[in-house]
Design a protein around this ligand. Structure first.
Ligand SMILES: Cc1cc2ncn([C@H]3O[C@H](COP(=O)(O)O)[C@@H](O)[C@H]3O)c2cc1C
Ligand SMILES: O=C(O)c1cccnc1
Length: 357
């Protein structure tokens, strides 16, 4: 097995030469300079990350949905019963969730990974069981995980990334399922960015005002109880992740690191992925060079996480579902950005006149 430490050591930052070559090539293509807007930056980013221009077309894509439960559910932060996590795992495996429909639309495979569901799941094709615990402890009363559990979940995510790439995936898409995980996400965003609980906490599955107020207090208490209210970066990344993250957050962070170590682009989904990516970036800053922000979800903490990471979301549809849905929708855009670099003619090759002044 490849360890967390080995994975981090293998992550290389963007290759500036390949990025510069990609940028210069963009400017020779038969279109006005900058006409493809944010997609031009995606192409340059892919080239830098892959250390080659033009960059490989990042297809096919593989979605991994990391599922886990949360002790903080006991604080009444989600209107949904905890069993929905395991029931939705069944739904993903039966092909009945939104993530399945979107994956089919973009030609992505779907892998479901149990890293911490609070029940034993029957074996099924498409399900990987890497259970670290039957859910986390309540993050508002102490650490959600031990550091050992966080490392085990990170390494489960790394292993899934490596396996999917070995099976032919050339793009990884993050997915999550875990009732109450927007609370853990908000706590991670607050801890890693130093933003106040009220700024980063959102309505998740759609909680009412009273529950939202309770959720903000739970996040604030979680930071205080775990000694994370001393400003961003005061506590090491692994301890921070263990204290207020979920098992799926740790696994997604590992999945990001695993993809980055193999120079395979990772499309991030919503706030769960964004908060997990903050942990990955704190462990290995160069990992961000291999990430694309698929979309911006309606959760307020998501935009703040992406700003902290310096990532621009491709799709903004006010999605607030998770599962990997927003990441999947961005996959054709990321492929289109790369395809332009292979297939579009240059002014020279097509005999098109260039701008006069
Ligand atoms: C039926 C259903 C399907 C979902 N698919 C993703 N989520 C999303 O909602 C949950 C987080 O929201 P909160 O923190 O408010 O509990 C996560 O499971 C996330 O994946 C779902 C939620 C439900 C209810
Ligand atoms: O941002 C997300 O991905 C999200 C938002 C609400 C609920 N579940 C996920």
């Amino acid at each position: 097995m490849i360890t967390l430490e080995q994975t981090i050591a293998a992550i290389l930052p963007c290759d500036p030469g390949a990025a510069a070559e990609a940028r210069a090539h963009q400017d020779r293509l038969t279109k006005p300079r900058g006409a493809l807007g944010a997609l031009e930056e995606v192409a340059v980013r892919l080239a830098g990350a892959a250390a080659v221009s033009p960059p490989p077309i990042p297809a096919p894509a593989a979605l991994a949905i990391f599922a886990a439960d949360h002790g903080v559910h006991a604080q009444g932060v989600s209107p949904w019963p905890q069993e929905v996590t395991q029931q939705m795992v069944g739904n993903f495996l039966a092909g009945g969730a939104v993530a399945n429909a979107f994956a089919a639309q973009v030609g992505a495979t779907v892998r479901v990974v149990d890293v911490g569901v609070a029940a034993d799941l029957p074996p099924a094709p498409g399900l990987t069981v890497s259970k670290v615990a039957y859910g986390t402890a309540d993050l508002s009363r102490g650490p959600a995980m031990t550091v050992e559990q966080a490392v085990a979940a990170l390494e489960a995510g790394i292993a899934v990334a490596r396996e999917l790439v070995e099976q032919g995936a050339r793009c990884l898409v993050t997915g999550d399922m875990g009732i109450a995980n927007t609370t853990a996400s908000a706590a991670l965003v607050s801890a890693f960015t130093g933003r106040d609980a009220a700024e980063v906490t959102g309505r998740g599955t759609g909680v009412d005002d009273e529950t939202l107020a309770r959720k903000v207090e739970v996040v604030r208490r979680a930071l205080r109880v775990n000694g994370l209210d001393g400003g961003a970066g005061a506590v090491p990344a692994l301890e921070t992740l263990a204290a207020v993250g979920g098992l799926e957050h740790a696994a997604i962070a590992g999945f990001v690191l695993g993809g980055a170590s193999l120079r395979v682009p990772v499309i991030l989904d919503g706030v769960i992925a964004g908060s997990a990516a903050l942990a990955a970036a704190a462990l290995a800053p160069a990992a961000v060079d291999h990430c694309v922000a698929g979309h911006r979800s309606a959760e307020p903490g998501h935009a703040l996480a992406l700003a902290h990471l310096g990532l621009r979301p491709l799709v903004e549809l006010e999605l607030r579902l998770g599962e990997g849905t927003g990441g999947l929708l961005a996959h054709p855009l990321v492929c289109a950005a790369a395809r332009v670099m292979h297939e579009v003619a240059t002014f020279d090759s097509a005999g098109v006149s260039e701008k006069e002044a």
